[in-house]
Design a protein around this ligand. Structure first.
Ligand SMILES: [Zn+2]
Length: 220
């Protein structure tokens, strides 16, 4: 594809306020590390590729089912690496998963390396997002989890597409601006009531990620 074609293809983004050719270049040059499963993951891949993110690395974890990628091939090439691999450097990570263990595990890695990430999971009748650049380590996802265990109540799969697309759009904002108004906040959207709440996450000394990094033995 020539660069003129590329400009034309993504012209809708470049005329959006705040994106422009420079913003488009940030998206095109971005490398997103993606973890999750099912339709939410696929919706995330589609949203990222639709604005021209050229490089996506997919983490293959124990509950990952690769068949959906075969039946819904994304428009771009996606490199898959196992969870045990040394993670590549990336612009931002996106974790869309109902799997608490997976989110916790990745929270610890990103926190340790100060790597920006967006976590998204189904919650109640809607979904929740958490964004962090881990500049000070905590607050992290597990700070929120310790203080708000009920926010991790199970959600449903009906919102998977919305979940993946919303999370991807938050990652794109993070790549575009280098930060986000949602940073260190959990954004909870309940579709049943139409309620949308942005909840500031406070660091806590009870954070398991912090205790582990400091050498404490923590029961999972
Ligand atoms: Zn923490």
């Amino acid at each position: 594809m020539t660069s003129a074609d590329q400009n034309d293809k993504y012209s809708r983004q470049t005329i959006l306020p705040g994106v422009g050719p420079e913003g488009q270049k940030k998206w095109t040059d971005a490398h997103v590390l993606l973890a999750g499963e099912g339709m939410a993951l696929l919706a995330g891949v589609q949203a990222l590729s639709s604005v021209g993110v050229s490089k996506i690395t997919l983490l293959v974890h124990e509950h990952f089912d690769p068949s959906f990628l075969v039946s819904n091939p994304p428009q771009i090439s996606v490199e898959a690496i196992p969870m045990t691999a040394q993670l590549p450097s990336f612009t931002a990570a996106l974790v869309v998963s109902p799997n608490t263990k997976l989110r916790r595990q990745l929270n610890r890695v990103f926190r340790k390396n100060h790597q920006p990430a967006v976590f998204a999971w189904p919650s109640g009748s809607g979904f929740a997002l958490f964004t962090s650049r881990y500049q000070n380590g905590c607050p992290c996802l597990e700070c929120f989890e310790v203080l708000n265990p009920k926010a991790f109540s199970k959600g449903g799969h009906s919102i998977d597409r919305l979940l993946g697309a919303s999370a991807a759009s938050e990652v794109l904002e993070l790549i575009l601006n280098g930060d986000s108004p949602l940073e260190n906040k959990v954004w909870i959207t309940a579709l049943e009531s139409g309620l949308s709440v942005k909840h500031e996450v406070m660091p806590t000394y009870k954070c398991p990620a912090k205790m582990i990094e400091n050498g404490a033995v923590v029961t999972p």
